[in-house]
Ligand binder design. Sequence first.
Ligand code: SF4
Length: 686
Amino acid sequence: MSVVMASVCPLDCPDTCSLSVTVEGERIVRVRGSRANPYTAGVICGKVAASYPEFVHGPGRLLAPLRRAGRRGEGRFARISWDEALDAIHERFTAILRAHGPQAILPLNYAGPHGMLAVGSMDLRFFHRLGATLLDRPPLCGGVRTQAWVGTFGPVPGMRPEQVAHARLIVAWGNNVTSSNLHLVPIIQAARRRGAKLVVVDPRRTKIAEQADLHLAITPGTDILLAWAVTGELERLDAFDRDFIAEHVHGFAAYMERVRRVSPAEASRACGVPEAQIRQLAAWYAALSPAAIAVGNGLERNRNGGGGIRAIFALPALVGKFGVPGGGLVNAASFAFPKTPRRLQRPDLAPPGTRTFNIVDVGKHLLDEALAPPVKAVFIYNHNPLIVHPDQNRLRRGLLRDDLFTVGCDVAMTDSMAYCDIVLPASTHFESHDLYPAYGQHWLQRAEPAIPPQGESLPNTEIFRRLAARFGFEDPPFKATDAELMDDALDADDPRLGGVPPGRIPTDRALPMTFNGGEAVLFKTVFPATPTGKVELASGHLAERYGQSLPEYRPVRSPYPLILISPASSRRITSTFGGLKPSDAAPPLEMHPEDARARALRDGMTVKVWNDLGEVHLPLKVTDAVRPGVVSTPKGAWLRTSDNGQTVTALVPAHHADLCAGACFNDTRVDVAPYMEPPRTPRSPS
Ligand code: SF4
């Protein structure tokens, strides 16, 4: 007999779909979209529909604690009991604490699951109480955009994506909505049927770009110049809303002085976008209202990322596009929810003065012989750092250190788990309670377990509850049940919860996050929460934190001629699901015919892609869907797809973006040549 249960997709995706899960016995047999969340409205992406049952029950699922029995990275493990696993962790951590102090222990976690309990609750309480080194996670993704938003508008939500339906002009800027913002697609299409124009800014001719009225195939990392060129053209068209600027914009004169330094011709050359296209975008932006801009994550992943996003965020303020549904920016949904992270994660438990590492720099710190105290233990969870961090080879060298004790916790034996000394089996979100705010829409959801924890796996909260008990942390924060953690996660007094404790929010419907009785509309129902109360084009907050009062442009210089980008694909969520098909092949490298001709490369041949950091071998796809000078391959492929133990992040430099010290995946510069070696058996390089 089967039953259908309500659930929520927890993956690192802005949409956070509500799900209907068909369960037979203790097995999930089918996952479909549900209508509990009106925004996702019964539709889910193919990757989740096709992969989830196998992800939960397939041969790759971790079902018991393991101890490493082979070389690091080899993937040979022996089964052990939970008591043995917890004892081993306690014994090694205790020795490290005595010899080097607690900061020699480093949690290395990100956002594999996005439920509030799974992503950061009892785990962080444990590491805070332990005194472990703190980890700054947002720099890996999303942090640059968030800081750009907070610096410009403060911690307030932007437009609900549903409002795009009202827009007469939609700009998808660095946002491959088909892969990364699926539910925006039908809204855009409905708006277009009513006559809205669609502009796409993307180095690739994506599916949505094919449908656009105007596609600006920009050179990656030059968004700031394009936004400034559009701004200059808007000024020339006398399209600025001078009254709005006088009343609501801070730093206008200083900002415009910077904008005017770049001529339209210079911007056009650097961006690789014809001046006529820049003028067209500006003309439409001046003439059409409401105008909605939906900014993706890709354009933050370069050293000018923060400046580029700030320059885009400035556009609606300069032209007075706010104050109406569908006008402004689809962004910052995470500020729509009444989250109380300090109560949930208890950063006050960490000893004062505890050091913080940027997640992008972990590989560097692991290899730093002068670091005091050195990192002697790493605890990897909710994360597959070997596949997703910049400078893969450096991180691997760090994880191969003989004196490093590495604990892992995951649902599957990922490439990163294969480097761990002890591996703990985590439950999937179908096996635990959690709360789901979103970062791409304004509906709050909760889910209960659809099935019990599989095998000996446990939810993250229970794993860290047991670890805390093993370390003698007996105080109340470590005894909290999942229901109590949920109550700590959100402000129960927020009227939008209707007096219901967070741990009892209904699971059959999502709660809308409203503002002053209506939807979030900047300058109507929500207002900037910056220090000046205005839209800050010159930001004191960003000046203080990052030394960037005004956006800046710093070109990337490299002897390598091609820009390599690694966007999301329709096969994986970052690296999640990457291990499901052992037969997975290396993903293609897309290259423009001009670049292929210049290198005597043919479609279908295997090429080597290299720079000073590494080399990968990929099948070549020659296509004019990617602009000249740019090559593209999807992110997230596992090492099993590689013949030399390196994937695309082996080529990614580890320098920082202008805001948030963010990762710069799209600053990768490479060259490409025929690969002469015969294909070899996939192997790990350890
Ligand atoms: S990955 Fe995104 S689109 Fe796919 S089911 Fe999950 S939330 Fe929905």
